[in-house]
Design a protein around this ligand. Structure first.
Ligand SMILES: Cc1cc2nc3c(=O)[nH]c(=O)nc-3n(C[C@H](O)[C@H](O)[C@H](O)COP(=O)(O)OP(=O)(O)OC[C@H]3O[C@@H](n4cnc5c(N)ncnc54)[C@H](O)[C@@H]3O)c2cc1C
Length: 463
């Protein structure tokens, strides 16, 4: 903006389009209105529902404590928007400033926010994925269908993949008294996000709660009966698990395919944007009218050497969306960077797990408080002599303290004494993350190097 009144015009009568009507899209729309945007606002979402909350879908909904259709996100204010729900965006014409929709419509914009998030990775063999009883869990409809099936009291449930979502599903199934097998390619649950030392605790928790946990194995095939209902899974160690429900929990795919050929810097790693949420084009040049926020975005983070960071975190989606919305309608000198320290939570097997920073970047871990054997501890992660992340198992009140250590790039191992440091916290140990060249579905944080135009990424299916 050049101080020529065009920003005021944009705020008064401009056209802002948001693609992706979920957490990031809604919070951005609310911020736009709160900050005085009076023009037209169009919310485009491929799901038929108004924005809803996803974390309860693998927790309260599967436990039967909340109905999937009662998860609508609370509204902070009215957004006075035109809602185009149930219609996916299928293309973007950057030169003309238009979004193409699946129903043939084209929606023009002066500013565009892309918040299309991620979707669940489906079971790679299509015919097996279509067997009755095979589920993924990402949407409200997925969760409602799965909760209904759990209600029927299946004899056994098989969860493929023990990342956060898979582990939460296993936990909910056990709480319902169902027999559960978890098959995980890595050495332990949560290993991609938290490493092998903490993963071993997650494994113990699962086994203590009666999960039949099988690590270091892959599911090689699903088998159905004559009526097309799943009945068994074959594993790479030669064993077979008889099951009537399979939940495929193999991580997420970023929803960027609709941008193919548009010229935007979008690919399997997400949409590259600068610290102010402005999207890059494929030449690595930042656009001034297209922004990205939430799970689909990746942006350079100063705390992590300005590598592009992708996060699948609720808190990040909400805060990045607010920043994107603010910057969309601000002079360049008033824009603010998105530099929040990542934070994530999960609850499973009766334990509240919270993390700050990027544990998966750590090479060493120190159990600075509590003890692994009690399943109540703080693990601090170190990288090149500084604190880079921390995880708390039932110790969340301490996390703001560790967040400050991360923000101030404090030395690792932290030199201070702690009241309840035990013998396993005397010195750091290898955090035991899997070889980064082997794809894992575990992390909800990914560092994506330095290139905004990076479009390389492969996933090796489990067979
Ligand atoms: C089961 C589950 C449990 C979770 N638990 C936790 C937790 O405990 N803690 C935590 O921090 N985070 C958790 N998360 C992650 C958190 O919910 C996400 O980080 C958050 O939803 C991201 O919001 P978003 O708006 O960026 O993307 P999304 O919520 O993925 O929304 C993107 C929306 O865009 C739509 N869309 C995609 N493509 C198009 C298109 N072409 N046109 C139109 N619309 C499109 C999608 O269908 C979707 O509605 C959980 C997620 C799931 C699925």
């Amino acid at each position: 903006m050049l101080g020529d009144g065009s920003l005021e015009r944009l705020k008064r009568e401009g056209r802002i389009v948001v693609v992706g009507a979920s957490l990031a899209g809604l919070r951005a729309a609310e911020t736009l209105r709160a900050e005085g945007f009076e023009g037209s606002l169009t919310m485009i979402g491929d799901e038929p529902h108004e924005p809803y909350d996803r974390p309860p879908l693998s927790k309260q909904v599967l436990l039967g404590r909340a109905a999937a259709d009662r998860t609508a996100l609370p509204r902070l204010r009215s957004v006075d928007a035109t809602w185009r729900l149930g219609v996916p965006a299928t293309g973007l014409d950057m030169a003309a400033g238009r979004v193409r929709l699946a129903d043939g419509d084209e929606v023009p914009y002066d500013r565009l926010l892309i918040a299309t998030g991620v979707r669940a990775r489906a079971w790679p063999r299509e015919a097996e994925a279509e067997l009755d009883g095979v589920f993924v869990l990402r949407t409200r409809d997925d969760s409602a269908a799965l909760a209904r099936r759990l209600e029927e009291g299946p004899k056994r449930v098989l969860v493929i993949g023990a990342g956060f979502t898979g582990s939460e599903i296993a936990s909910a199934c056990r709480e319902r008294g169902l027999a559960v097998t978890v098959a995980e390619r890595g050495a332990a649950p949560l290993v991609g996000a938290l490493g092998g030392v903490v993963g071993a605790v997650a494994a113990e928790m699962q086994r203590e709660h009666g999960v039949d946990l099988r690590c270091g194995v892959m599911v090689t095939a699903l088998e159905g009966d004559a009526s097309g209902r799943v009945r068994a899974a074959h594993l790479s160690d030669g064993s077979t698990v008889e099951t009537d429900i399979v939940i495929v929990s193999l991580g997420a795919i970023r929803n960027t395919e609709w941008l193919a050929g548009s010229g935007l810097g979008a690919g399997p790693r997400g949409i590259a944007c600068d610290a102010g949420c402005r999207a890059f084009d494929i030449r690595g040049i930042v656009t001034d009218d297209i922004y990205a926020a939430g799970d689909v975005a990746r942006s350079p983070h100063p705390l992590f050497g300005y590598q592009f960071l992708s996060l699948e975190h609720w808190g990040n989606a909400a805060s990045q969306a607010r920043i994107a919305a603010h910057n969309m309608i601000s002079e360049s000198t008033d824009r603010i960077p998105h530099m929040e320290v990542p934070a994530f939570w999960s609850s499973q097997f009766g334990v509240n797990i919270k993390s700050v920073g990027v544990p998966s970047l750590g090479t060493e871990v120190l159990i600075s408080q509590g003890a692994l054997r009690d399943h109540r501890f703080i693990g601090v992660y170190g990288y090149q002599g500084r604190v880079i992340g921390a995880v708390a198992f039932d110790q969340a009140r301490w996390l703001p303290f560790y967040q400050e250590l991360i923000e101030t790039t404090a030395a690792f191992p932290p030199p201070f004494p702690t009241v309840d440091r035990r013998s396993d916290g005397q010195r750091p140990v290898d955090a035991d993350f899997p070889d980064p060249s082997v794809p894992t579905h575990g992390p909800t944080v990914t560092l994506g190097g330095y290139s905004p135009a990076d479009r390389r990424m492969t996933f090796t299916p489990a067979h």
